[in-house]
Design a protein around this ligand. Structure first.
Ligand SMILES: *Cc1c(COP(=O)(O)O)cnc(C)c1O
Length: 344
């Protein structure tokens, strides 16, 4: 049985968090003389809401989940780091992740001096629960899964994910950064059944807001409370909070972008599949995909010469010969195709 008190670090459990002026009083008043702010230059003179209440309320309606189950961070990078810091004792405890996957889990583990254990995906870039679970031991606090996975693009087997969640005493972090592009709904609806599940989503991809830095973590209240306890007090600035509150009114814009990107993806993939240069296009459930070529470095450098940048993933385990292509606008995709046609 999952028990957060058994896995949280003792110093975090016992921590008295910083209490800001806005923690002590948040609400309606006419004179604010409590935070040593400049009284001029409203609204930028004021510290923002440390718990982003208005923004969370809006997100909660869109995601159909209670605000108390939402943590907001400076990108997904923040909850990734905070989860490791809250639950993993440096130098003795570990996290488990699939391989290949998003590079930040490993970097965050290394920064925190937490051992990082890799479990190789199978030849279809999919997981076997048993293999993931058997890489863990009593010192494993977190398992990181990413679905659709980066850089492979595929949606991981849901049944296997469930077996991992149901048989792990620590926390499973499921990164769904690309879920809006997927034909699957993801795990958010099932959060209620999984007290040891954290789902990460982001405004950086489908919402087109990578620059404003806003990531979401969804989990049971106990886990969210721990993240709030250790975050920087004002981790989401006012400009970001305001901007996203407005952006959320335009849900259709995001839906249309996703539809356009998925259409463009299918066009781009079918073009690439006709080209002898492209040995393989991997299945994808995201806004990017892997292509395999004989000489990835030559193709990469050739494209750079043409001012087109793709991601060279050929040095990544199981991605030998592969470049990762993000789906762009029609024009951008045509530029890629035309350039590739000229490769000798
Ligand atoms: C792009 C991406 C993110 C987004 O990170 P942010 O810090 O929210 O911009 C998260 N996870 C994965 C796997 C990604 O590829």
């Amino acid at each position: 049985m999952f028990d957060i008190n058994k896995i949280i670090r003792k110093n975090i459990k016992n921590l008295t968090p910083y209490s800001s002026a806005r923690d002590e009083f948040w609400g309606d008043a006419s004179v604010f003389l409590d935070a040593n702010e400049n009284p001029f230059n409203f609204p930028y003179n004021r510290y923002p809401d440390p718990l982003q209440r208005e923004l969370k309320l809006k997100i909660s309606k869109i995601k159909n989940i209670s605000p108390e189950n939402i943590f907001l961070g400076n990108g997904s990078d923040e909850p990734i780091d905070l989860l490791i810091r809250a639950f993993c004792e440096p130098a003795s405890e570990n996290i488990v992740a699939i391989e290949p996957t998003y590079g930040m889990y490993k970097v965050a583990a290394n920064i925190n001096n937490v051992e990082y254990r890799k479990v190789l995906l199978d030849e279809n870039y999919d997981i076997k629960a048993e293999k993931v679970l058997s890489a863990s031991d009593k010192n494993s606090k977190l398992i990181f899964l990413c679905s659709p996975n980066n850089p492979t693009g595929n949606y991981l087997n849901e049944e296997e994910i469930k077996v991992v969640i149901n048989n792990f005493d620590g926390i499973v972090v499921l990164d769904e950064a690309y879920i809006d592009f997927s034909s699957h709904k993801g795990f958010l609806e099932t959060l209620i059944n999984h007290p040891n599940l954290v789902i990460l989503q982001t405004f950086s991809k489908a919402w087109g807001l990578a620059s404003i830095r806003l990531g979401m973590a969804f989990a049971e209240k106990g886990i969210i409370d721990v993240l709030n306890k250790i975050k920087y007090p004002y981790n989401i600035n006012l400009l970001t909070q305001k901007f996203v509150i407005d952006a959320l009114d335009d849900y259709d814009k995001k839906t249309n972008w996703v539809e356009t990107i998925l259409n463009n993806r299918e066009k781009l993939i079918s073009e690439l599949k006709t080209m002898p240069l492209i040995k393989r296009v991997f299945p994808t459930d995201a806004n990017f995909f892997l292509i395999k070529v004989d000489d990835p470095i030559a193709v990469y450098n050739y494209l750079v010469d043409k001012k087109i940048i793709v991601r060279n993933r050929s040095n990544v385990t199981l991605c030998e010969g592969c470049l990762r292509v993000t789906v762009g606008t029609d024009e951008e995709n045509k530029a890629l195709i035309n350039a590739l046609k000229g490769f000798e």
